[in-house]
Design a protein around this ligand. Structure first.
Ligand SMILES: [Cu+2]
Length: 504
C-alpha cells in the first residue's frame, strides 16, 4: 500500500514538472527567450543554494540522531583491547573525509549559485593553472598516504599471530556452515585436536574431528552461549564448510572471513565483562525501554544486552540464524563453565563404531573420571555432617574373574584414591567389597572380603598408612540393583569407598 502511494506521488511530481516545463515554454514565447532563460538560471541557482543548506542540516541532524547507534561513538565503545585503535582510525578517517565532504559540497552548490549565467557578466575561462593542479592533486594524495599508512599500522598491530612458545592464550575454533557456527574449545590439554574434511559426517562428526588424535578426545563442541574470560588473549581459528561466512563480533571489533579451504584467524582480548557493558548502556534512552515490547514490566534492553556473534556475509536465506551469544565473564566463572562442559568424544563417540579406541582406555577418559572422582570426594569432605554423600562407588575397579586379583585397568582409579588420601591427610576410608547373589553365599562373602583386602593392600603399597584403611566384605548382602539380569548383577559386583568423616 505504502509503495503504491509513493509511486502515485512520484507520478504526480513528474506530471507537475512536465506541466511547469510547458508553462515556462509558453511564458518564454510571450516574454522572449533571453529573459526567460535568465529567470530560469536564477531560480535553479537559488534551488541549488537551498538544497545545500537543507542537505547540510539533514546530514548534521541524522548524524546527531544516530550517534548512539554507530559502533565507534556513543555507548558502543570497544569491548576488546585492540578495538580502540580501530575506532581511532575510524575517527581520523571520518575527520578528513568529513572535511572533504563538507568542502566539496559547499563549493559545488555555492559555485553553481555564485557563477550562474548573468546578463552582462562575462565568464573567465581558465585553461590551465599549475598551482591549482598541485594543490588538488597534492593535498588528497598526502591525506590518502597518511590514511593508508595509519591503516597499515593498525592492521599490523591487530593482526600479528601469537607466539605459541611465549604467549598465554586460549585457542578456539569457529567453523561456519549454512546456517550455524560450530564452536570448538580445547579441553584440559589446551590444544585443539586435528580435523580432516574427509571425516565429516553430519550425523556424528559434523566438523570432521580426527579421533585417532588424542588431542581431540577432550575437545568441546559448544552449543548455546559460548564464554570467554575477560583479559585473556584469544585466538580464533576461523573456517567454513560450505560457502563464505564471516566471523563478526561487532562489540569487540573482530571481523574475519570464514573461507572454505583457507583457514583464517583473529586474535583479540576481551576487555569488558558482559555485566559491565550492560552498566555502560544503562541510562541511554534507547536502552531504557523494555527488551520485549509485549512485556512492559520485563527486563530493560540494557539488562538483556549480550555480545553477539553474527555472520557478516550474506550466506543464504537462513543467514540470520547464525547468531550466537558470547558471554565475557571473570576467569573464575569461565573455569567453572568450562568444567561443566562435556567432551564431545567421550559423550558422543566413545565406544561407538566411530571410536578408534573402542574397548581401550584413553587419557581423556581417565582425566575426566579423575575429575569426577575428586569432585565427589571434595563434596563428601566439605560436608562432614552429611553422611549421605560419603559413599563413593569405585566404578572402574575390576578384578580377574572369580579372583581377588586386580585388573591393570583398575589401577588409575585406585591411584586417584591414593592422591585424595594424600591430599586429605586426616581422612580414613572403609573399602567395601560386594558380589552378586550367584553361587555359594559363603564363597561370595570370602571373595568380597579378599577383594576389599586386595584394594587395601594396593593402597598400602602406595604408601597410605594401614591405620587409615579398613576392608570389609559384604558378599551379596547389599545389592544396589536386581540380581535377575546380567546388567543388574554387574552393578552389584562392586567396590565402594566410604569416607569416615569422623576422623577429620
Ligand atoms: Cu553465514
Amino acid at each position: 500500500m505504502t509503495a503504491l502511494v509513493i509511486l502515485l506521488i512520484l507520478v504526480l511530481v513528474v506530471i507537475i514538472l512536465i506541466q511547469v516545463g510547458k508553462v515556462n515554454e509558453l511564458a518564454s514565447k510571450i516574454r522572449g527567450e533571453e529573459e526567460a532563460e535568465q529567470q530560469s538560471n536564477n531560480r535553479t541557482a537559488l534551488f541549488c543554494l537551498l538544497f545545500l543548506i537543507g542537505f547540510m542540516i539533514y546530514c548534521v541532524y541524522t548524524g546527531f540522531i544516530y550517534k548512539d547507534i554507530v559502533l565507534w561513538y556513543g555507548p558502543h565503545i570497544s569491548a576488546s583491547e585492540h578495538g580502540g585503535r580501530i575506532d581511532h582510525l575510524f575517527n581520523v578517517t571520518l575527520f578528513w573525509t568529513g572535511i572533504v565532504f563538507v568542502l566539496t559540497h559547499v563549493l559545488l552548490f555555492w559555485f553553481s549559485y555564485k557563477y550562474r549565467s548573468q546578463k552582462g557578466v562575462n565568464q573567465a575561462y581558465i585553461t590551465h593553472n599549475n598551482t591549482i593542479e598541485y594543490l588538488w592533486t597534492g593535498i588528497p594524495a598526502l591525506v590518502l598516504v597518511y590514511l593508508v599508512a595509519a591503516g597499515l599500522d593498525v592492521w599490523n598491530d591487530v593482526m600479528p599471530d601469537v607466539d605459541p612458545n611465549d604467549d598465554d592464550y586460549i585457542e578456539i575454533e569457529a567453523v561456519g556452515q549454512q546456517y550455524q557456527w560450530e564452536i570448538r574449545y580445547p579441553g584440559e590439554d589446551g590444544k585443539l585436536g586435528t580435523r580432516n574434511y574427509k571425516l565429516i559426517d553430519p550425523a556424528t562428526n559434523n566438523i570432521g574431528m580426527d579421533f585417532t588424535d588424542e588431542k581431540t578426545h577432550d575437545d568441546l563442541i559448544i552449543s548455546g552461549d559460548f564464554y570467554l574470560p575477560v583479559g585473556q588473549k584469544v585466538r580464533v581459528r576461523i573456517t567454513s564448510k560450505d560457502v563464505l561466512h564471516n566471523f563478526y563480533l561487532p562489540h569487540h571489533r573482530v571481523k574475519m572471513d570464514a573461507i572454505p579451504g583457507l583457514p583464517t584467524y583473529f586474535i583479540f582480548t576481551p576487555s569488558i565483562l558482559t555485566a559491565d557493558y550492560r552498566k555502560r548502556l544503562k541510562g541511554h534512552p534507547d536502552w531504557e525501554v523494555p527488551a520485549e515490547a509485549d512485556e512492559p514490566d520485563g527486563p530493560k534492553r540494557w539488562e538483556a544486552f549480550d555480545y553477539e556473534l553474527a555472520c557478516a556475509e550474506l550466506c543464504g536465506k537462513g543467514h540470520y540464524s547464525m547468531r550466537r551469544v558470547l558471554k565475557v565473564v571473570s576467569q573464575r566463572e569461565y573455569d567453572q563453565w568450562l568444567k561443566d562442559q562435556k567432551s564431545f568424544y567421550l559423550t558422543n563417540i566413545r565406544n561407538t563404531e566411530g571410536d578408534p579406541f573402542k574397548g581401550q582406555l584413553v587419557k581423556a577418559e581417565i582425566a575426566s573420571r579423575s575429575k569426577d572422582f575428586l569432585a565427589a570426594v571434595e563434596q563428601a569432605v566439605s560436608t562432614p555432617e552429611d553422611v549421605s554423600d560419603d559413599l563413593i562407588n569405585l566404578e572402574h575397579v575390576f578384578y580377574q574373574t572369580g579372583s581377588a586379583q586386580l585388573r591393570d585397568d583398575s589401577k588409575y582409579e585406585l591411584d586417584n584414591v591414593v592422591s585424595v588420601l594424600n591430599k586429605y591427610k586426616t581422612v580414613a576410608i572403609e573399602l567395601g567389597g560386594h558380589t552378586d547373589s550367584t553361587g555359594n553365599a559363603g564363597a561370595n562373602q570370602v571373595l568380597s572380603q579378599s577383594r576389599a583386602e586386595s584394594v587395601r593392600n594396593y593402597l598400602i603399597q602406595k604408601g597410605i598408612p594401614a591405620t587409615r584403611l579398613q576392608a570389609v566384605g559384604f558378599g551379596p548382602e547389599k545389592p544396589v540393583d536386581t540380581n535377575d539380569t546380567d546388567e543388574g548383577r554387574q552393578n552389584n559386583r562392586r567396590t565402594e569407598m566410604r569416607i569416615l568423616t569422623n576422623n577429620i
